[in-house]
Design a protein around this ligand. Sequence first.
Ligand SMILES: [Zn+2]
Length: 157
Amino acid sequence: MDSEHLLVGKNHPVWTIFDKTKAEVRKAIIKARIVSGTFILNSDRAKFNQAPSSVCQLCNLSEENISHFLLECPILSNTRITYFQPIKTYVTEHITAEVWHSVFQSKSNIIRLIIDCRHFSQTLRDDKIMNMIETKTREMCYKLYIKRLKLLEAMDG
Ligand SMILES: [Zn+2]
């Protein structure tokens, strides 16, 4: 997957925070780090010799990259289902299940939806819908981040 769309500028909707509580700002910060590629996963760490391997420490099954973290790691699957299902439900309510299946059958498009749903502005059309998706994906990223952090801390124990 190319990283061009991962770049986050000042105009990325991650910074459009309607409810400016500390909790929401914290979620936006984590999402911005994920979007910009500055959220350090093991695959990045290994490149700079900061980790012995690029393999995910949670599952030890494959390289820990953004796709593994957001969509694949089986250890994070409960958290992922809990927070991704409402996103899918919300989107399909607005674009129909058929459109969902044609647009979002590829992993890379799901990642794009999570990272910056404006990629699909033609399909999603409405700013209100895209703002809601941004809020929901921000929540999902944050919960995955917290779950991963807690599990890694427990391992270091
Ligand atoms: Zn994993």
